[in-house]
Design a protein around this ligand. Structure first.
Ligand SMILES: N[C@@H](CCC(=O)N[C@@H](CS)C(=O)NCC(=O)O)C(=O)O
Length: 210
């Protein structure tokens, strides 16, 4: 299997961390690609009409995207405990956590457009503030709702990779609230997750090319 990847993409890293956690990383060849809506990458567009990574290329089968679908697929390829619980409340908890993490990634990317990626004259402060508000509300929600004691699931992988990326890009921080109180549960959970071998094996690096 070949993974169209980006060394500074939280969603691509989510797939690779997932693969490490289920023991499939050695079966995946990782190929770095730069993607941006302002710089068309033909090799990525040839596989994904959205021009985004991650994309998983499979011998003799259509390419898979996005990160949710790829994780779902990888979870069918190993004999261990599924990281996407098949049923019950555990399933909805994992998928809900993944959805929040995906939304945080989207809001983080959007925030970056309004603070550094878009030419300065075209930035819109109200959008910047709106996306910052989504990030902060999500951090507060996670501090209350994170199932830190649950067995590892896809939502944890999605969340750890996006929190790591937020720090990498120095986006509005999750460690303390606006009024300076530490988000104790979220931070303790993240710091413990960040030293897992799957995270250590997949460091973020590089700059966005728009
Ligand atoms: N929902 C998608 C998001 C993928 C995504 O936004 N990928 C970014 C890198 S983090 C990308 O390739 N962006 C290029 C673009 O927007 O054109 C997923 O979870 O895989």
């Amino acid at each position: 299997m070949k993974l169209l990847y980006q060394t500074h993409s939280p969603c691509a890293r989510k797939v690779l961390v997932f693969a490490h956690e289920v023991g499939l990383a050695h079966d995946i060849v990782v190929v770095h690609h730069e993607t941006s809506p302002t710089r068309r990458n033909e090799e990525v567009y040839a596989q994904n009409p959205l021009g985004k990574v991650p994309v998983l290329l499979l011998p003799g089968a259509p390419a898979l995207f996005d990160s949710n679908v790829i994780c779902e697929y990888l979870d069918t390829l190993h004999a261990g405990r599924p990281l996407i619980p098949r049923e019950g409340e555990a399933r909805w908890q994992a998928l809900r956590m993944q959805a929040v993490a995906q939304g945080v990634a989207e809001a983080g990317v959007a925030y970056r457009w309004e603070t550094e990626r878009r030419p300065e004259a075209l930035r819109y402060a109200a959008l910047r503030d709106g996306f910052a508000g989504k990030l902060i509300a999500s951090y507060d929600w996670l501090e209350q709702n994170l199932d830190a004691a649950a067995t590892l699931h896809v939502g944890h992988v999605a969340l750890a990779t996006v929190l790591s990326w937020l720090e990498f890009r120095e986006l509005p921080g999750f460690r303390v609230t606006r009024d300076g109180r530490p988000r104790v549960r979220l931070v303790a959970w993240f710091d413990a997750f960040a030293v897992r071998p799957s995270m250590q094996a997949t460091p973020l690096s590089g700059q966005t090319h728009d």
